[in-house]
Design a protein around this ligand. Structure first.
Ligand code: TXA
Ligand code: MG
Length: 295
């Protein structure tokens, strides 16, 4: 906590992925995050807050935003909203936009830190830009551990995929699918428009993202010689995302297995087909990006 006050960075566990955290109100700390990740500065960061009262000092909530916040916070949903007149989130954290991305994480260590700190904390995933997000402490340390003043070990992340991002600026848009599913959101606020229609509003949706070093081959029914194989469903494999075909389990394992497979220096990482419904939308989104296809 003191590390954050001093402008330092902290490795922070959340229920989705490990974050690289800094004071959202301090442009020097925020600049250090962009630098540590090698992240392009046009790609804004998510501000994490302790509670709805703090969130409402940073952004303007309409009825749709309140409904989603009540239903899913604390949890893996990020809302992109118009900034409040004296928002504490600095310009650089927002990449100069007049909107801000907010979420209340559910992980107890993250919540404790946010409550103690008492202000907004930016935390992009703790990977270097373009690499898979870390979902275990060791992977977070390997990515950006040398750039931080403190690191919190919260064990493996329960969800394993980054939060769902929804923009509520005009028509609601799904900017990034996640474990809060499209269907869950649409049940509360009606149809979601696609992000692709307005790339400016989703600057994070670069084609190549979440990528291991090895090329990724999708919809693979098995491995070619030299390839590593990420299986899904019954069968004995070194990396089986879920032998029982459970999408939650597959999401939680995905990034750690991509990293493990990558470390064996395969000619490619072949990945079994994953169903597209529910959480499968988010898993397939990350896989497409890992493979280098535009989402
Ligand atoms: O699960 C998560 O959300 C993790 C954990 C650590 O909380 N954080 C995370 O942050 O994934 P990051 O920075 O890697 O992803 C933020 C996403 C990017 O796609 C970014 O473009 C988008 O949110 N974003 C942030 N602010 C935005 C804004 N004002 N307008 C549109 N998109 C925004
Ligand atoms: Mg990220």
């Amino acid at each position: 906590m003191q590390a954050l006050r001093d402008g330092g960075l902290v490795i922070l566990p959340t229920e989705t992925v490990y974050g690289l955290a800094g004071n959202a109100a301090d442009p020097v700390a925020v600049a250090a995050i962009f630098e540590a990740k090698g992240r392009p500065r046009f790609n804004p960061l998510i501000s994490h807050v302790a509670d709805l009262a703090m969130a409402e000092t940073l952004a303007v909530f309409d009825d749709r935003a309140r409904k989603l916040a009540e239903a899913f916070w604390p949890g893996p949903l990020t809302l992109v909203l118009p900034i409040a007149p004296d928002t504490a989130v600095c310009d650089l954290a927002r990449a100069g936009l007049d909107t801000v991305a907010l979420r209340i994480p559910a992980h107890p260590l993250a919540r404790q830190l946010l409550v103690a700190f008492g202000g907004p904390v930016v935390a992009p995933s703790a990977n270097r830009s373009g690499r898979p997000s870390p979902t275990i402490y060791a992977d977070a340390m390997e990515e950006t551990g040398d750039k931080v003043r403190a690191a919190l070990d919260g064990g493996p992340c329960e969800i394993g995929l980054e939060s769902t991002v929804v923009a509520l600026l005009d028509a609601p848009r799904l900017l990034r699918p996640g474990s809060v599913t499209r269907a869950q959101i649409e049940a509360l606020i009606g149809p979601l428009a696609e992000a692709d229609a307005d790339a400016k509003r989703s600057p994070g949706r670069l084609a190549r993202h979440y990528s291991p070093r090895a090329p990724v081959r999708l919809e693979a029914m098995g491995a070619e010689p030299g390839e590593a194989y990420l299986a899904f469903g019954p069968g004995a494999h070194r990396w089986n995302l879920s032998p029982t075909g459970d999408l939650r389990e597959a999401a939680a394992r995905l990034f750690a297995y991509l990293r493990e497979a990558d470390r064996t220096d395969p000619s490619a990482i072949a990945v079994a087909p994953i169903p597209r419904e529910g959480l499968g939308e988010a898993i397939n989104d990350r896989l497409k990006r890992a493979a280098g296809f535009v989402g």
